[in-house]
Design a protein around this ligand. Structure first.
Ligand code: NI
Length: 135
């Protein structure tokens, strides 16, 4: 009788995809426009999925007010209107692809949410491109 609940959030952020171990030509070839040294932005849509048993007293899987506050504090406030490469510690040495951003978000949220609840992150980088973690 497990039920999934979802919280949607949104943030805007700039990034650049770049592998410092490669030449500029190889970076340009692999990452294309996303390798632009002047960075570029995305309107990221984040969906946080929490799955578990309903609490018999509240009928909730979890209190969505608490989930909202956790996501805002640990992810949105940290990423929104930031340059992910320059402003966010987690990406100092990690290419900020949608895949890596989703894993970082999961790792930021996982300790904040009851261990008996499952967590899944869906991150839209564009309307048509999105990633899910864990897969
Ligand atoms: Ni991009």
């Amino acid at each position: 009788m497990r039920v999934a609940v979802y919280r949607k959030e949104h943030f805007n952020a700039a990034h650049r995809l770049h592998n410092p171990n490669w030449t500029d030509d190889k970076n340009s070839e692999i990452f294309g426009k996303c390798n632009n040294p002047s960075f570029h932005g995305h309107n990221y849509e984040l969906i946080v999925k929490v799955t578990g048993e309903r609490d018999p007293e509240t009928g909730y899987v979890c209190d969505m007010k608490i989930i909202k506050d956790i996501v805002r504090e640990h992810v949105v406030d940290k990423f929104d209107h930031k340059n992910l490469n320059l402003d966010v510690e987690e990406f100092k040495n990690l290419n900020p692809t949608a895949e890596n951003i989703a894993v970082v978000i999961y790792d930021l949220l996982r300790p904040e949410i009851d261990a008996k609840l499952d967590l899944k992150i869906t991150l839209y980088e564009t309307e048509r491109n999105f990633v899910e973690y864990p897969a």
